[in-house]
Design a protein around this ligand. Structure first.
Ligand code: ADP
Length: 476
């Protein structure tokens, strides 16, 4: 049988453009499919921020125009082969020659344009996909547009839509977007309290809907997690599944990671050398016996920053060092800087998005805190375990599916966790972890070994995606 052809349409992909976990997923999953079975390619916006070392290698394919409202918009198409995967880039300087990926007044128009450009680019690609797999609200329009406006074009193409985060849905006033959508009727599949909701449209029109962990797939059917779309999630549960993300174990490999001060594998001693260098680098006291608790995160409500704020002084009463790297809400950014200023010997708050530093922290820290209110999958717990750093997480979504509380009798488990979204439950759990670090070094070493030996390789997830692609395209 022919290879299955899958086209990922997404707004982020590491190492070209990344603002969070979506970028990691799109950068890693296509590489994980068996090459002789699945030809998975990726199409992305050609952002200005893509490093020049890649852009200079791009091959120009063609250009054409798409209709967005009354305007015709230019689409330049580029192609790039990188680490065994074919990438396509959609070029339009009006929409994508900007410093950031998102956060602009016309984001709706930018991504309506992108979705339409993808659907109209395919005939120029020499690659007719069996499946178009779109991700999150930015590309959520693809299944809708394919069914409503391009069905005659793509009679044999199925659509998959993955929800990486239900919080961001792409919701807009119908009057604001009907022009750019080229729609003269109100689309029922997207109707959301008199607005249009791109994510809802994808959930109803895609042939398969996935989320990034089995627990989150269940949680979103509950109003607490469903962000207003829990009813839709229940309605489509017959075609919705949760597949736990993995991490790219080549990219995140402490043995080969060029950002690290000292490469290592399963070595507590060499990890300790990274810790000393990290302390020196950040101007913290170089005390090897003091545990470093780290966070690398978007500074938004989802990530439990309010829990941290609630008990930060209690956390800092312990003999620990606390490092947080992140960007996000300015209120959180300012508050964290202020607290770090009060504890110069114990805390650093680095308000930056810095891939290089993030890896130094994964390697140098002892514990990694993720107290999320909700977490569709979460990758930082998987990355930290790969670097032998012990996760302390709230039991939600993918955190629940990937971190098991360490049992010091059976010796099983790879981290610490707490159930209720409550600052003191979190504090208590951190105290337990710090207590074990100080008082039970043998247990701690065993726990580190368990973390090192935890693998969330993408191949496991890729097998499940492949099974479902085959199922919806009638190949099983
Ligand atoms: P989300 O996608 O919700 O932000 P994930 O845990 O799925 O959360 O993925 C976060 C990814 O972004 C990880 O690769 C993490 O290392 C990275 N990251 C988050 N904040 C920063 C930052 N300030 N600097 C560098 N990398 C970051």
């Amino acid at each position: 049988m022919d290879k299955l052809k899958v086209l990922f349409a997404a707004s982020e992909c590491y190492p070209f453009a990344k603002s969070g976990g979506l970028g990691d997923v799109i950068g890693a999953l296509p590489k994980a499919f068996p090459k002789d079975e699945v030809d998975c390619r990726v199409i992305l916006p050609k952002y200005e921020s893509i490093p020049w070392k890649y852009v200079k290698e791009f091959e120009y394919l063609t250009n054409f125009w798409v209709k967005i409202g009354q305007e015709s918009q230019y689409v330049g198409l580029f192609k790039y082969e990188f680490e065994g995967v074919t990438y396509y880039f959609v070029d339009n300087e009006h929409y994508f020659k900007r410093p950031n990926l998102y956060g602009y007044y016309d984001d709706a128009e930018r991504f309506v344009y992108f979705c339409r450009a993808v659907l109209e680019a395919i005939p120029y690609l020499d690659f007719y996909p069996d499946v178009i797999h779109s991700h999150d609200w930015q590309t959520a329009l693809i299944p809708f547009l394919l069914k409503e406006q391009y069905a005659w074009h793509y009679t044999n193409t199925k659509t998959v839509f993955t929800i990486h985060n239900m919080k961001y849905q792409g919701e807009y006033g119908f009057d604001d977007v009907k022009g750019i959508l080229n729609l003269d009727y109100f689309p029922a599949q997207m109707e959301f309290y008199k607005n249009v909701n791109f994510m809802k449209g994808a959930m109803y029109t895609a042939d398969l809907v996935t989320t990034v962990s089995p627990s989150y797939a269940e949680e979103i059917k509950d109003p607490y997690y469903g962000e207003g779309l829990d009813g839709v999630a229940r309605d489509i549960s017959w075609k919705e599944i949760g597949i736990l993300n993995g991490i790219d174990e080549q990219t995140y490999n402490p043995q080969t990671d060029e950002s690290l001060f000292v490469p290592y594998a399963h070595s507590q001693k060499k990890k300790g050398e990274n810790k000393a260098k990290l302390q020196e680098y950040l101007g913290l006291p170089m005390k090897d016996h003091v545990p470093i608790i780290a966070m690398i995160t978007r500074l938004v409500d989802q990530k439990g920053i309010d829990l941290i704020m609630g008990v930060i002084h209690d956390i800092l009463q312990m003999d620990i060092q606390f490092i947080i790297l992140g960007t996000g809400d300015s209120e959180y950014e300012n508050k964290l800087k202020e607290i770090a200023y009060q504890y110069p010997d114990k805390m650093r708050a680095i308000i930056d998005f810095n891939e290089d530093l993030s890896r130094k922290i994964y390697a140098g820290a002892d514990m990694f805190l993720i107290p999320s209110k909700f977490e569709p999958c979460g990758l930082t717990q998987m990355i930290s375990m790969r670097y032998g750093t012990i996760p302390i997480v709230r039991e939600t979504g993918g955190l629940k599916d990937s971190v098991q509380y360490y049992n010091n009798v059976s010796g099983e488990g790879n981290g610490f966790s707490f159930k209720t979204y409550n600052a003191h439950d979190m504090l208590f759990t951190i105290q337990k972890a710090v207590g074990m670090y100080y008082d039970q070094p043998d247990q701690w070493k065993h726990l580190m070994d368990n973390a090192f030996n935890t693998h969330y390789d993408w191949r496991l997830a890729a097998d499940i995606y492949e099974y479902w692609y085959k199922k919806i395209t009638g190949r099983l």
